[in-house]
Design a binder for this molecule. Structure first.
Ligand code: GAL
Length: 686
């Protein structure tokens, strides 16, 4: 392959003589395809988190076919996929970057579906080609989709040192085959100054938040919802040097506090609102916090915080892994910041048809009681273990005959199963549609609202007969705009998944998170949008764990955005292996106070300028939590005007991740936000 096509002539005359000892300066073309394409980050075609990483192709489409755009074949160029990113060092020596860009004519082969059947090619999805240089957007193509003619692109890159070439879908995160056809740099310099593909610069794992001091501080929400007559368990989360002595004044009768652990247990007999004051004392000082028990039968008045086994262990979850997660939630100090639930996902049940000896066996006892598999010798003991340590316990089932892992689910055993769960001490139920599709009557589809609602109505009716407070978490991937009806009478979901399954890539996480525009109006205390569980830390969906593919800044975006969205925060990583960075990320009490804010009003988008977004959420104290987000590939300034936030005059601005006041600002605030990063602010009227 030809690397340099010489266009220009050598400089002549005095300068050439002067430069005799240097490589000669000339104008020449460098095809993009001649660069080290292994440096291009290409979104996998499918599958989970980079397991099928692919390499961009020189002079071929990503699938190895000739490059074809809008019926025209190109013999040179780079075949890649949206989303993909390439960083190029131009040395300031390139003049232009030009290409014919477009989606490949060949519909991308999708991996077989869960049942092993081939999938139909996806509909044409619009994508854009972006050129970004030294923190400035240089060119954004018009959106093009499969079948459209190639778009000419000719960008002035004069003086640019670092250039980014990016292809991305206009919406969502569906991968699309994309081509930079005839792509080349025109360089004016010496041959050794030609553009070079470089690694994506990844920032260090910087800890932003100062450690809590030795004096006690009481964290967590300012209220909790319970049902009169049902068991109450509330652990007062507090930081500060140990030992701490806890107190509570005006505790309603029926509740008792263990002063050495801060765990409150018992029942509240009558309906009402009970205002109490928590106290915490240690050798370094004392703290107090007003708190309200709202005994009106409404649960999850602030979104749940905890852990779920799925993104870490998948169906390899076991009793001992769940106990280890609980132990780590305590030993890593998460419990002191309000982390509470330890939830089993799929993988605790049996299947008569399973080939895995761990899951096989009769699925129910003679009386119909659901049985646990070999990894869970005693579920009641496991629930007791959680409760004895001040934690809560969650489980997973579904309204169909089987779960997503084809293990036993609760079809026609709803009440019986929920009563069993209550006996085990379950506090949280994730109820996953999956197998329900197999029991639809002829003519019924998952496009019909009454059909979509039915299993969750049956579930709610059963749950109402169970004498225990159990959070009801709907999981049906956002079908039928579940956010519009998940809270309605007769369903009363405490949360509902708004999307399909998340995975630990920027495309997946950011795609899901930033797509939640307009959903804030459907959530309220007790009823939350759930854009799926967290993918920071060590994840793996099975026995083998690895580090999340999210960069450090992407992990800050993940926690910031889910906090703003008032989504349930369910860690999906191996808690026992959390390092200081990860612990810091999930134990910033000012960030978590936004998540647990009593007003219960999630953020919505305030502005979007290309890849820069601002989201804001009103807080109970009259201030606003504001996230500045940079979804672009280079650090860029992001600004927000007070009038966009409905504010006037001077505002105090605090950096929540650094827990640092930034000063008083009139009219607007602006800050450089790192690539795929965030600045998270609290804005308070002066
Ligand atoms: C999926 C669900 C995941 C996980 C999995 C278990 O349907 O969305 O969150 O629960 O099932 O099989």
């Amino acid at each position: 392959m030809k690397t340099f096509a010489r266009l220009g002539t050598l400089f002549v005359g005095a300068s050439a003589m002067l430069a005799a000892s240097f490589a000669p300066r000339q104008t020449f073309d460098v095809p993009l395809a001649s660069l080290d394409l292994g440096k291009m980050r290409v979104q996998p075609a499918g599958g989970r988190g980079g397991q099928t990483q692919t390499v961009a192709q020189a002079n071929k489409s990503i699938d190895g076919n000739p490059i074809r755009i809008g019926g025209k074949e190109f013999t040179s160029g780079v075949g890649t996929r949206a989303t993909s990113v390439l960083f190029v060092n131009l040395n300031g020596k390139a003049e232009r970057f030009s290409a014919m860009v477009g989606a490949d004519d060949n519909p991308m082969a999708l991996p077989p579906n869960a049942a092993g059947q081939p999938q139909a090619p996806p509909p044409p999805t619009p994508i854009v080609f972006r050129v970004v240089g030294d923190g400035r957007v240089i060119h954004v193509s018009k959106p093009v989709a499969r079948g459209d003619a190639a778009e000419p692109l000719d960008a002035d890159v004069h003086g640019i040192k670092t250039l980014v070439l990016q292809v991305k879908p206009v919406d969502g995160s569906r991968p699309v085959a994309a081509n930079w056809a005839d792509a080349k740099f025109t360089v004016n310099g010496s041959a050794d100054e030609a553009p070079v593909a470089i690694d994506i610069p990844i920032e260090p794992r910087t800890i932003l938040t100062p450690k809590p001091g030795p004096a006690p501080r009481i964290n967590g929400p300012s209220l909790t919802g319970v049902t009169p007559g049902h068991d109450v368990l509330y652990k007062i989360p507090a930081t500060g040097s140990r030992p701490i002595t806890y107190g509570a004044t005006n505790l309603p009768s029926g509740l008792t506090l263990d002063p050495s652990t801060g765990v409150i247990r018992g029942t509240i007999a009558s309906r009402g609102r009970y205002l109490v004051t928590f106290t915490a004392k240690n050798s370094a000082g004392a703290a107090s916090k007003p708190f309200t028990f709202i005994a009106e039968g409404q649960l999850a008045l602030t979104p749940a915080m905890g852990w779920n086994s799925w993104n870490a262990y998948g169906r390899a979850v076991s009793d001992s892994l769940a106990r280890a997660a609980a132990d780590a939630m305590i030993s890593k100090g998460l419990i002191d910041h309000g982390w509470t639930y330890v939830n089993l996902d799929d993988g605790w049940e049996r299947s008569a048809r399973d080939t895995d000896p761990l899951h096989e066996g009769p699925v129910r006892a003679d009386d119909g009681t659901i049985l646990t598999n070999k990894k869970f010798p005693d579920m009641k003991a496991l629930g007791d273990y959680m409760h004895s340590r001040g934690l809560k316990f969650g489980i997973y089932s579904g309204p169909g005959p089987t779960t997503c892992q084809r293990l036993e689910a609760s079809w026609q055993h709803e009440l019986q199963d929920f009563l069993t769960f209550a006996k085990w001490g379950v506090d949280y139920l994730k109820y996953d549609w999956c197998g329900y599709s197999s029991v639809l009557a002829p003519g019924e589809t998952n496009q019909q609202l009454p059909v979509l609602k039915r299993p969750y109505q049956v579930g709610r009716a059963a749950l109402n007969q169970v004498p225990r407070d159990i959070i009801y978490s709907l999981c049906q991937y956002g079908w039928g705009n579940v956010w519009e009806w998940g809270a309605e009478k007769g369903i009363e979901g405490n949360s509902w998944r708004t999307t399909g399954d998340i995975t630990d890539t920027w495309e997946s996480m950011a795609g899901i998170g930033f797509r939640q525009v307009g959903n804030s109006k459907y959530a309220s205390p007790g009823h939350w949008n759930d854009p799926d569980m967290l993918v920071i830390g060590k994840v793996g969906w099975g026995p083998r764990l690895r580090d999340s593919h999210l960069t450090p800044n992407e992990q800050y975006v993940h926690i910031t955005l889910w906090t703003l969205l008032a989504s349930p925060l369910l860690l999906g990583n191996d808690l026992t292996q959390m390092d200081d960075f990860e612990v810091n990320l999930v134990t910033n009490d000012e960030v978590l106070a936004v998540h647990q804010d009593a007003l219960g009003k999630p953020a919505d988008r305030v502005s979007k300028k290309d890849e820069l977004e601002v989201w804001a959420r009103p807080l109970a104290d009259g201030s606003l939590a504001v996230g500045l987000f940079n979804r672009d590939e280079m650090d860029m300034p992001v600004s927000v005007r007070w009038d966009e936030l409905g504010l006037k005059g001077k505002q105090k601005v605090r950096d929540l991740w650094r827990q640092k006041d930034l000063g008083t600002f009139d009219g607007e605030f602006s800050s450089v936000v790192p690539r795929h990063g965030t600045v998270f602010l609290k804005v308070t009227p002066q």
